[in-house]
Design a protein around this ligand. Structure first.
Ligand code: SF4
Length: 277
């Protein structure tokens, strides 16, 4: 059993620990963060994504600076878009030979924007990537790896184009630091299941996870990925509650609609023509 397994379930209404355990036993290890170089492994438990691949139950990845850089780039590319669109853009950066700090710095901004077009907001994202590359050129990833979690989070949040969700994704998946990632999926799931009210901020949601879940990188890694998996496939904008493992305990479960009654066709009687002109 890996550290990402938290032991046995205990009660009917899931605590956040139990919610995690239920998700993990239902969907299995998700293998985040997917990386281009793992293409040969042909593993994708998420059934999403095209170019990049996964490493289920292996939390030692990433180790190389090139991997960490790819995760930082991916975290920016996936802002306000699906992972499918972001990983097409990552694949294009790779195909164009610019998936590295110098490659991004030396590209014309409009050419870079064209390469990452599939990720949406590509002009803004090209500027964000060049900004990130400029900063990493001055302060290399190897130096960032020696920062404390708090210092690195503050450093990342100072970078234009990096907000709390992107910063936490980079800390957790790039630098193996236990900072829980809160995204719209997390908020929607917790709201629907009755753990939050709609006024909860990023900070309060993150604090809730930090106080209830052991501060283990592997657990935070898996938990966020599992929430995404559940929300993409089942608890969508229009939730598919009939297929949901939480339907017995969820506050917002939508019961299946009753079968439609067959509408009776009105009998139409045609008047016989009298034949008169
Ligand atoms: S029961 Fe429905 S609303 Fe609740 S978590 Fe499941 S899919 Fe979402």
């Amino acid at each position: 059993m890996s550290r990402s397994d938290l032991g046995n379930l205990s009660s009917n209404r899931p605590s956040l620990v139990e919610l995690y355990q239920l998700l993990l036993s239902h969907y299995g290890h998700q293998g985040w963060w997917p990386l281009l170089r793992l293409g040969a492994s042909r593993q994708n438990p998420t059934a999403r994504g095209r170019f990049t691949w996964y490493h289920p139950d292996n939390y030692t990845i990433p180790t190389a600076e090139t991997d960490i850089f790819e995760i930082m780039v991916g975290a920016i590319l996936t802002q306000n878009t699906s992972w499918e669109n972001a990983d097409k853009a990552l694949g294009n950066l790779h195909l164009n030979g610019v998936m590295n700090i110098k490659g991004i710095l030396n590209s014309e901004t409009d050419q870079l924007a064209e390469i990452i077009r599939s990720s949406g907001y590509y002009n803004q994202k090209a500027i964000k990537l060049q900004n990130l590359a400029k900063i990493l050129y001055r302060t290399p990833i190897s130096k960032l790896a020696s920062f404390s979690m708090e210092d690195l989070r503050s450093f990342l949040l100072e970078i234009k184009g990096i907000g709390p969700e992107t910063a936490d994704s980079i800390l957790l998946y790039g630098f193996h630091l236990p900072s829980f990632v809160v995204d719209t999926y997390t908020r929607r799931l917790l709201l629907r299941m009755g753990y939050l009210d709609s006024s909860a901020t990023y900070k309060t949601i993150q604090a809730l996870f930090h106080s209830e879940i052991p501060k283990e990188e592997s657990i935070y890694n898996e938990y966020h990925a599992l929430i995404v998996q559940h929300m993409v496939h089942v608890c969508k904008k229009k939730p598919n509650c009939g297929d949901c493992l939480f339907q017995a305990t969820c506050a917002k479960v939508i019961p299946p609609s009753p079968p439609r009654k067959k509408s009776r066709k009105k009998k139409t009687t045609r008047k016989k023509s009298s034949g008169k002109k």
